[in-house]
Every structure is written in structure tokens, then in C-alpha cells.
Design a protein around this ligand. Structure first.
Ligand code: COA
Length: 330
């Protein structure tokens, strides 16, 4: 087995296919109900980052890909992703890849490393074995669109109280609401201490525009529904969802946020329901939506339950000091 740095931007089609096979092998073993990924826009998915961020990848190989590690360097945090194919596990490959990433992160000046771990998989045993600390838990819930009560969802979407309007924005946001939208995201963010923020978020207008472009370049098509406060013309609430080209039958829910002064008017219900109605038309082949939410966000969980989301499993975030990790693995 050898480990080498790999650049998906210039990789051959055969290498990308080999990566995809390894990824889908891990997926089939650990998350058997998740749809396998396809090759469509895979290179872009693996390559494109937000300005100022970098992503490095290593492959562990013999005759095929046995595992891979990715290190995303954003702000002051290095975010790890690491999978080993099921048939090659417990042979030290994960440890070797982790050591490679820890050393590189240190030499790049990163002192803190974070990772998102899927509950109930071997990763939940692996990272604590190397001193990672559990810092945050989210629940993933999944909605099967075949089970949706569309009459009820229509009713939910229509429940918009006087003074508000709900707008649908596929692919991008109009210039005139950008600043207010970014502010709405920023305000609520302060409410969620502890979240490592491993998924992309953007809190100023310029960065928001860039973030949306970056998503599209990676093959992640964004869909947005906003609740507008009509008197002030400001964004009162928003919900964001992405349909990835790599698994277009399952969409990923991103942020849902209601600005605090607009809490209590049923806006989350209305915008999330409207999103489903729009997707049904825009994406007729979509089968499922997955969403992640802090375990304590009871209000949002209630809305998700009403829409038909079912809790699936926990997503755990772990952190470690890069120096401690490199020392432990030396
Ligand atoms: C976590 C993962 C990377 C570990 O890779 P690996 O090559 O098997 O790990 P290593 O052989 O280097 O194991 C190192 C240590 O981690 C711990 N460990 C790893 N897997 C473990 C398990 N299943 N149970 C208990 N401890 C485990 C052990 O302490 C092990 O040392 P030991 O074998 O000497 O006891 C691998 O299991 C994996 O890819 N899991 C993916 C889980 C996932 O998120 N799947 C979704 C895919 S899309």
C-alpha cells in the first residue's frame, strides 16, 4: 500500500472512476440506504473551493484505491474527510492517512482540526481512539417524497400571515435582497455556538454571491425560498436546499433561519412547505430530501416532523489539536 497526494483537477477519467468506486463501496457498507454517487460533475465537486480555501487530497492505493483523505483548509480550521474501503479496514490505512493529513495541516500552520463523523459507523470509534473530542451533535432526518401528504403541504405553504410574502428563487438571489439575506443568516448564527460550520455558509453579500456561484460550479444546484417582511422589504426568514449533480435523487437541505423578531408567525412552516412544492415541479425525479439540525432546535424539528421527515442518524463533530494528533501518530 502506498499513499500519494492526488489532484482531482488533473486526474484521468480512470482515476476519478476509481475514486468514485471506493467512495461508493464505503457508502454501501456504512450508509446502505444512501443513493450511490455518479460521475456527473465529480471533478468539479472535488476541486472547486471558495476563494481563500484550499483542499488537498491523498489516495491510499495498491492495485486500486483503498482509501482517501481530504484536508479542507478554511479560516483557522482544517477539516478532515477520510474513508477506507470496507475490505481494507483495520489494517492501519486510516491511521496512515490521518498521520499524513495531520503533518501537512501542521506544516500549513493549522493548529486545530475538525471532522464530521457519521454516527453508528466505525469512524465513531476511530477518531476518539486518536484523542479527538466530541464537540457537537446534529441529527440527520430524511423525507421520502413518496410519503408526503401534498394536500397538507399545500395547506402549510398557504399559511402565510398578513404582512409577509413568500418568494421562490431557484439558482440565485436577486441583488436587492442580497444584503438583507446575508444579515438574516448572520443574526441567527450567533444563536448556534459550538457548530463547527463544516457546511458552506456566507454572511456578507459579496461572499454570499460567491458562495452561490461556488455551489453551482461544484454541481450543487441551489434552491432558495424566502419570507419577505412586506413593510420593510427585508428578509424575515429563509430556507436553502441544494440538489447535487452527484446524487440528484436526494437533495441536501442547508440553512433554515427565521430572524428572531419574526419568530412565532409560522414562517418556517410556510417556507419549507413552499420549497417542497417548488421542487416537485422543478425536480420531478427527486425522491428524498435530507436535512441536518441541532438536536436542541425543537421548533424546526416540529416543522420537519409535520412535513414527514424521519430522524435517520446522528452526525457528530469532533475536534483535535493538530500538534497533539501529530505527536500521537508519530
Ligand atoms: C474510520 C476509518 C477511516 C478507519 O480506517 P481503518 O483503516 O480501518 O483504521 P485503522 O486500521 O488505521 O484503525 C486505527 C485504529 O482506530 C480504531 N478503530 C478503527 N476502526 C474501528 C472499529 N470498527 N472499531 C473499533 N475501533 C476502531 C482502532 O483503535 C484502530 O487501531 P487497532 O486496529 O490497532 O485496534 C474507516 O473505518 C472508514 O472509512 N469508515 C467510514 C465510516 C463512514 O463514515 N462511512 C460513510 C462513508 S460515505
Amino acid at each position: 500500500m502506498r499513499v500519494r497526494e492526488w489532484d482531482p483537477a488533473i486526474a484521468s477519467a480512470a482515476e476519478l472512476t476509481a475514486w468514485l468506486r471506493a467512495y461508493n463501496d464505503a457508502l454501501a457498507a456504512d450508509l446502505p440506504d444512501d443513493p450511490p454517487w455518479g460521475i456527473d460533475r465529480l471533478r468539479e465537486y472535488l476541486t472547486v473551493t471558495m476563494p481563500g480555501e484550499r483542499r488537498l487530497t491523498w489516495l491510499a492505493e495498491d492495485s486500486g484505491v483503498l482509501g482517501y483523505g481530504r484536508l479542507l483548509m478554511l479560516g483557522g480550521l482544517g477539516v478532515l474527510e477520510l474513508y477506507v474501503v470496507p475490505s481494507a479496514r483495520r489494517a492501519g490505512i486510516g491511521r496512515t492517512l490521518l498521520r499524513t493529513m495531520a503533518n501537512r495541516a501542521l506544516s500549513e500552520g493549522f493548529t486545530s482540526l475538525g471532522v464530521e463523523v457519521i454516527g453508528g459507523t466505525s469512524a465513531a470509534e476511530f477518531y476518539p481512539a486518536f484523542g479527538f473530542n466530541h464537540v457537537y451533535t446534529e441529527m440527520r432526518s430524511i423525507l421520502q417524497l413518496t410519503t408526503v401528504d401534498w394536500t397538507h403541504v399545500r395547506h402549510m405553504a398557504e399559511g402565510v400571515v398578513t404582512g409577509y410574502r413568500v418568494d421562490y428563487h431557484p439558482n440565485d438571489l436577486p441583488d436587492e435582497i442580497l444584503a438583507s439575506y446575508a444579515e438574516a443568516k448572520q443574526v441567527r448564527r450567533l444563536d448556534l455556538p459550538g457548530d463547527l460550520d463544516l457546511r458552506p455558509s456566507s454572511y456578507d453579500a459579496e461572499r454570499l454571491r460567491t458562495s452561490l456561484r461556488c455551489l453551482r460550479e461544484r454541481g450543487l444546484e441551489p434552491y432558495i425560498v424566502v419570507a419577505m417582511h412586506e413593510r420593510t422589504g427585508r428578509v424575515a426568514g429563509l430556507t436553502e436546499l441544494v440538489v447535487p449533480a452527484q446524487h440528484p435523487a436526494r437533495a441536501d437541505q442547508y440553512d433554515t433561519t427565521i430572524v428572531r423578531e419574526h419568530d412565532g408567525y409560522g414562517l418556517a412552516r410556510a417556507i419549507k412547505a413552499r420549497m417542497l412544492l417548488e421542487l416537485r415541479v422543478a425536480r420531478p425525479y427527486l425522491r428524498e430530501v435530507q436535512t441536518w439540525h441541532a438536536v436542541e432546535r425543537a421548533q424546526l424539528q416540529q416543522v420537519n416532523k409535520e412535513l414527514g421527515f424521519r430522524p435517520d442518524r446522528e452526525w457528530l463533530e469532533y475536534e483535535v489539536d493538530a500538534g497533539d494528533l501529530a505527536e500521537r501518530l508519530a
